[in-house]
Ligand binder design. Sequence first.
Ligand code: ADP
Ligand code: MG
Length: 694
Amino acid sequence: MTPETSIEYVKGIGPDRAKLIKSVLGLSTVDDLLNFYPIRYLDKSKVFKISQLEESSIEIQLKGRITQVQEVQTGKTKRLSAKFNDDTGTMDLVWFQYSKWLKEQLPINREVYIFGKINVFNRQFSMPHPEIEVEEKKEGENRLKPIYPSSEKLTKRGLNQRFFQVILRNICKEIPNLVEENFPDYLTKAFKFLSRQHTYLNIHFPKDMEHYEKADNRLKFEESFFFQLGYALKKLHHRSHSPGNPFPIVGDHFNDFYNHHIPFDLTGAQKRVLKEIRLDMKRPVQMNRLLQGDVGSGKTMVALLTMLIAMDNGFQSCLMAPTEILAQQHYNGIKELLEATDINVRLLTGSSKTSERKIIHEELENGTLSILVGTHAVLEDKVKFKNLGLAIIDEQHRFGVAQRAKLWAKNKIPPHILVMTATPIPRTLAMSFYSDLDVSVIDEMPVGRKPIITAHRREKDRTYVYNFCRDEIKKGRQVYFVYPLIEESETLDYKNLMEGLDHVMTAFSDYNTTMLHGKMKPAEKDAAMNYFASGKAEIMVATTVIEVGVNVPNASVMVIESSERFGLSQLHQLRGRVGRGAEQSYCILMTSDKLSKESRTRIKTMTETNDGFKISEVDMQLRGPGDILGTQQSGVVDFKRLDLVNDSAIIKTTKNTVDKILEADPHLANPDNVIIKNYYLRYYKGKNKWSKIS
Ligand code: ADP
Ligand code: MG
């Protein structure tokens, strides 16, 4: 038997069953079966007494005697019923489906072990379809029975738990020929792993819970380890094969701005991140960096300073945003910051006029345009740069791989890439799925920010909420009202928005209200945005278009209507639209009275913390990693055993371990590490799907 042997040749299977197993479970080789893991184990180490049974007893084992077997007819159905006694009481055993054979073979009046789920009806206990064992159990024999994932189709054709237990027993006897080691001794020792062979043995037939846990831990570690190794090797490969333009200089543009025009001191985190970026761009290797930072942590300033470095080295930069509003804001902000300099900045979006485009195209090609801010429009083939050295992408998840590839092609030597995330990503995800990127984290907020106060309010509180808003407006602040807009019921949502607008306008008739939603034309959006940003309107009623990046520091109240309909990261993003100035800001989460458990968790999380990293962790627990990564990449979370939500410790350890190993031995050439390399090449290479931001 080898791992590649077809299961048809395993004792007890044969061609017909092999076909069935393949079609139902997708398993075709011995190796597949070996990696067909039990979903749980029946603990046969404990023997219960009938007197100890409780309603909550689920699957248990009892020892006693079967008496009084009889067939019972009710209506059209027949069942087999028996009494079971131990020295503490009596209960019923029931079979709803049974063969003549079972009826005749039941071991009456002999000492037996029965095993199964307990049913309770009128405080009477019974056990349907018990497993029965007659043999006397020897002390120390393994008592954890594996239960495999199964299906009715298989069970009906005789491929029941007992069948799989026998088959896996047979295969486990061959483990010495089937399972090869993939970790060097030094790792096995350092982490006190079971050997790989013992791991498989204890996954299928654990000696005890402790051995099972060790085996489980090793399989998870392996899975995470080789996955991380793949990413790390790719990163190393990238470093040695992707040339980039070295930016050795920090010159006049940067220094002039930094010394004379920057309106605030950078936070320590901003400085650190900037240093990481600088070191990266100094080398003749393309930078491939993810910039993580909470909403409002000041990623834009880091982006601007990075672009100034590019300029000091004679290169052009572009900054891309996912929406026109956001691009416009970046443009306005940067333009204002650079006002006192002679740096040429322009904005290119889908709605840029032809005459403006013409100038942009020309200036890009002759090199007089240093910074281009824009939307996807920047990617168009017509947009050619003289020497694009740096591309910054805000809110990464909205760009597809193909679009990124276009960006690369904009220069002979591909530009350095800096991607800024909209909201923090859970640490385990960042470590797993962006392992081929370098990650910088801004983990500090600008000083003087007051944490936003978040409250949960219901319809009955509306008057109070409006009065509160009014008080804030009287203090000179501005207010957002946000309504959900979900595509499936767009017309309904639109109606909600319009009603909301009406309502707000009536309630606040003495103030100016403006509105923003996705269906508006760019010029209308601009007008609405400017009306609010300039302070002419005190109130903005909007859909989630304002979710990403909109920056009006004087706005201090964010009222989110039907907030139970928003996801956590969306709520956090929306909340991040206030608290941008020095004033105390507030976020009010309006909900209906009845909330699902999940909605309650979301609302509670929001009222309890402002920390985007914490929120992202809760979000991942609620939605699962696949949804967090987005549909494009959800396929990459198909781990067999590793759980991204609960195994963060393992993921951290494996990442450190991989990094350490590769730092000392980047080619895995050390004799100790050859075992890892060979295993990786044989089983993992080509399996990783890269996150590929660049
Ligand atoms: P985000 O990381 O969400 O993109 P922004 O870059 O929009 O955050 O910054 C949020 C606000 O904080 C902006 O108004 C910006 O000018 C301000 N800001 C950024 N860095 C600092 C700092 N070091 N000190 C004070 N204010 C800052
Ligand atoms: Mg931003």
